[in-house]
Design a protein around this ligand. Structure first.
Ligand code: CTP
Ligand code: CA
Length: 224
């Protein structure tokens, strides 16, 4: 009840979030994908909504239900996710890119099911790069304030800070992949132009609320 009367940190803001993996077609019955449960992105969508934002969640395939009050746009491939995000980015104040986007799609995907060959030889797949959704949104002339994510397996500090600069985003959230993958809790480290700030380990929804608070605090004041 007390929370009801407190000013909401993201009231009047439009927050666009990507979550989950993308799924890249090999043929009508086979895909190649990234490992992501979607839990962190969905928790952030919920926390942003609780903070008063209008939330649009562009989601790859997950087993999760859309958080209350959040508009979900379902996509499968990185190309679909890119199109959905670019359609919404211009009207959004914040973009939080949590999705584990496949870096490559299958260039020689087949419209009919690949059959096993008599000689037993497996098919060979060719790949082409997917668009970098976050880097593209970050480069928009008057685009939203961007937050990236990076799950690394080693040298988190070095990789995450370099990635933040390369993507051109003010805030990048790092975690160790082996720690967070499909878990209900996580340990996040924030990377910004001043350095890195470790957050305490917490349940993903608690970590999401703290992150939303950090984002709200850093957001530029809206031009009136
Ligand atoms: N990202 C994206 N589009 C892509 C690849 C990544 O929007 N095609 C976003 C992710 O959602 C994340 C951030 O970029 O917020 C970092 O993703 P990551 O995979 O860690 O970075 P990459 O630049 O792809 O580098 P690498 O996979 O080589 O570590
Ligand atoms: Ca990647």
């Amino acid at each position: 009840l007390i929370a009801f009367f407190q000013p909401k940190l993201l009231a009047g803001r439009r927050v666009l979030i990507t979550a989950g993996p993308t799924s890249e077609k090999i043929d009508p019955v086979r895909v190649i994908t990234n490992r992501s449960s979607g839990k962190m992105g969905y928790a952030i969508a919920r926390a942003a909504r609780e903070a008063g934002a209008e939330v649009i969640l562009v989601s790859g395939p997950t087993a999760l239900a859309a958080p209350y009050g959040v508009r979900r746009i379902d996509v499968e491939s990185a190309v679909d996710m890119h199109a959905a995000v670019m359609a919404e980015a211009g009207r959004s104040d914040v973009f939080i890119s949590v999705a584990a986007v496949a870096d490559w799609r299958v260039a020689n995907a087949s419209d009919s099911k690949l059959k096993k060959r008599a000689d037993g030889r497996p098919p060979s797949l060719e790949f082409e790069p997917n668009p970098d959704i976050l880097a593209e949104v970050a480069a928009l002339p008057s685009g939203p304030w961007c937050v990236g994510f990076a799950a690394e397996t080693e040298n988190l500090e070095e990789h995450a800070q370099a990635k933040r600069v390369r993507k051109g985003v003010p805030l990048l959230v790092g975690n160790l992949a082996q720690r967070a993958m499909n878990a209900d809790d996580t340990e996040l480290v924030l990377f910004d132009e001043t350095g890195h700030h470790a957050m305490p380990p917490a349940d993903k929804i608690i970590a999401a609320r703290r992150l939303v608070e950090q984002i709200a605090r850093r957001l530029p004041v809206r031009p009136s």
